[in-house]
Write a protein that binds this ligand. Structure first.
Ligand code: GTP
Length: 211
């Protein structure tokens, strides 16, 4: 699990020196790589290869006039890579879970992705659900309100997007980073007693998990 000391904290000038780690997971073919390349390089390719194992891109975004460094981890959705990719989940501050709005199965499999994220990244990681490929109204099968409700029930932020049409991609990443920064700020501004309580709780749950 993420401990408060692992969260990036702003210095007295409000500048984050730490890099935020973002992780992107979901079924094969939902468009994880395309969302990342749209966000990082602002390009789209319809002939992108399936990711083998994990891939990684470094970038930065401006948040409230400050540059925030990001590491974006792309993972293979294929089941055969599951054991390998989960070993990269640790330390993620934010996780993007992606499904394809035209592929019911990719939505139905989200529960299993959430389980892995909670187990390997820790429940403190901020989660964002993206319904990608929202550019084919005739083929859409996952209802927006059903997905929104599902996201709410699992404590995830939610957005529908299209990597192809560049719809909501930047907005989604910004929403997630803003929430991660908000959590970091909240912890940084807690009085020492609260920090102490967090440590005690962490120690208690560590012991409980060993028992
Ligand atoms: P794995 O690496 O196998 O886990 O797949 P992935 O989730 O990274 O999917 P990828 O980005 O490789 O995209 C899969 C296919 O979906 C490609 O043919 C893309 O061109 C297509 N695709 C991705 N995003 C969109 C989108 O927003 N709209 C449409 N119509 N197609 C998309």
């Amino acid at each position: 699990k993420l401990h408060s000391s692992q969260l990036p904290k702003p210095n007295s000038a409000g500048v984050y020196s730490t890099t935020f780690k973002l992780l992107v997971v979901g079924d094969a073919g939902v468009g994880k790589t395309c969302l990342i390349t749209r966000f990082v390089d602002d390009v789209f390719s319809s002939t992108v290869k399936s990711t083998i194992g994990v891939d990684f891109k470094a970038t930065s975004i401006e948040m409230d006039g400050k540059q925030v460094q990001l590491q974006v981890w792309d993972t293979a959705g294929q089941e055969r890579f599951r054991a390998l990719t989960t070993s990269y989940y640790r330390g993620a501050h934010g996780v993007i879970l992606v499904y394809d709005v035209t592929e019911q199965a990719s939505f139905d499999h989200l529960a299993s992705w959430i389980k892995d994220v909670d187990l390997y990244s820790g429940e403190e990681a901020i989660k964002l659900l993206i319904g990608n490929k929202d550019d084919m109204p005739d083929k859409k099968v996952v209802d927006t309100e059903v997905a929104r409700e599902f996201a709410k029930d699992h404590n995830m932020l939610f957005m529908e997007a299209s990597a192809m049409r560049a719809l909501n991609v930047n907005a989604a990443f910004k929403l997630l980073v803003a929430e991660v920064m908000h959590q970091a700020d909240t912890i940084a501004s807690q009085p020492p007693a609260f920090e102490h309580k967090l440590k005690v709780n962490a120690e208690r749950s560590r012991r409980a998990s060993q028992a």
